[in-house]
Design a protein around this ligand. Structure first.
Ligand code: HAM
Length: 410
């Protein structure tokens, strides 16, 4: 028997329905903030992702050559594609652009709970606003979105300038190596790398920076940073808006394009794969032949949010089964149409079962049965049976629809 590829998942209706419900909650928050949906191709020129995605992600890419010999990659993330699209299609549009997306990404990672090779991100990109309030809006939107899902999380905000200041004597490759260890919280690896770079004493100041909980403390360790005023303004706005966050200057992010403020969200009830959101300010457009536009965004790891939410009770559709005899079939089709037109999920027997067998099947799959035999076909009424309570009444179809709508699934 053929199986799905490792690291991918099938979703049955019982999983898809709650996924869609959560997706729509995210969409609704994005809409209220003015972020409009965009869509980019599932695969792109390989070069788009190799320019500034960082070694961690490029080494995990699904890369292939098409029949025309082009080197392509399944998207490991969507930010680079959105910025490519901005340059191709919307460079002259009035700024800022507020865009969002819900799409799948592909990374050849070692699969485990919350870590997949195909996974979905709900992300936003704010393009062309280079201000403290822009940064604050993106963080507030992230928090509102996570709140809307019902997940319990911690939001951590940081700024790359502190770490870069400490690492200023290292060349960019060495800086990236050190930051990759910090991103993965791999402190043993960090010590080895610092020893190799002949900078063992950096470990102490990096550790001190990681434990700072105020901007002032970090400034004392590192000295002034260029974005200090903007960061403080952003944090003031978050506080004024009642946003709950902690400062963490150890956030390094796994992608190389971030330039300043960075933030991450962590689900409280997840284990190793507990990072449910990541983002920050970045510049990518100039690498793809566009202007050097400042951007800020984040992506929510949708699958991790779903794992964190677990089996929270999802409100299911009320299901009506219209059961009929041969004499009642034509009328049953009419009645089913009326229920469907009223928005009710309505199913009819397609297996040519007897009335008794239809009712037995309905007891397993539906909340109400609407029975239409010869008598009902003649009278125009229907027999409505609540399959949970067993209550049964003869009503005209409009009253039966009203009863179903009032009652809901039990
Ligand atoms: P990222 O941190 O690489 O950032 O991914 C965002 C989120 O996707 C992660 O926080 C995590 O929840 C989820 N994620 C990543 N890998 C996997 C996986 N293998 N399985 C399940 N979930 C996963 C980005 O991708 C940036 N493009 C975010 C961004 C947007 N920055 C600015 N704008």
């Amino acid at each position: 028997m053929l199986q799905k590829p490792r690291g991918t998942r099938d979703f049955l209706p019982d999983e898809m329905e709650p996924r869609r419900a959560v997706e729509w909650k995210l969409r609704e928050v994005a809409r209220r903030f003015g972020y409009r949906e965009v869509c980019t191709p599932e695969f792109e020129d390989l070069e788009l992702f190799t320019q500034r995605s960082g070694e961690g992600i490029t080494s995990e890419m699904y890369v292939f050559e098409d029949k025309g010999g082009r080197k392509l990659a399944l998207r490991p993330e969507i930010t680079a594609a959105v910025i490519r699209m901005y340059i191709n299609e919307a460079k002259v549009a009035p700024k800022p652009l507020r865009w969002c997306y819900f799409a799948d990404c592909f990374r050849y990672e070692r699969p485990q709970k919350g870590r997949y090779r195909q996974f979905w991100q709900f992300g936003v990109e704010l393009i062309g606003a280079d201000t403290a309030i822009a940064d604050a809006e993106v963080i507030l939107l992230a928090a509102e979105m996570l709140d809307a899902t019902g997940v319990t999380y911690e939001l951590k905000v940081g700024h790359l300038a502190f770490m870069k200041q400490l690492l200023r004597d290292l060349d960019p490759t060495a800086q990236r190596r050190v930051m990759a260890h910090l991103d993965k919280k791999d402190f043993a690896g960090l010590d080895v790398t610092l020893a190799e770079l002949d900078k063992p004493d950096l470990a102490q100041s990096l550790t001190a920076l990681l434990s700072c909980r105020t901007v002032q403390e970090a400034l004392t360790i590192v000295g002034p940073i260029p974005d200090e005023a903007r960061l403080i303004q952003t944090l003031d706005m978050l506080e004024a808006s009642g946003c709950r966050y902690t400062l963490n200057f150890g956030i390094a992010r796994g992608l190389d394009y971030y330039t300043g403020m960075v933030f991450e969200g962590f689900a409280r009830n997840l284990g190793a794969e507990n990072q449910i959101l990541g983002g920050g300010t970045y510049r990518l457009a100039h690498l793809f032949g566009g202007d050097d536009v400042a951007s800020c965004g984040f992506a929510i790891g949708f699958d991790r949010v779903m794992v964190s939410l677990g089996d929270v009770q999802h409100i299911k559709d009320t299901v009506v089964a219209v059961a009929c005899t041969g004499e009642g079939r034509a009328r049953a089709l009419e009645v089913a149409r009326a229920f469907r037109n009223a928005g009710v999920r309505t199913e009819m027997d397609l297996m040519e079962r007897s009335l008794g067998a239809q009712l037995a099947h309905a007891a397993k799959t539906a909340d109400f049965a609407v029975v239409i035999g010869k008598r009902e076909a003649e009278s125009g009424e229907v027999t409505l049976k609540n399959l949970h309570s067993g209550d049964q009444r003869t009503l005209d179809p409009a009253a039966a629809i009203a009863e179903v709508n009032a009652h809901g699934a039990r």
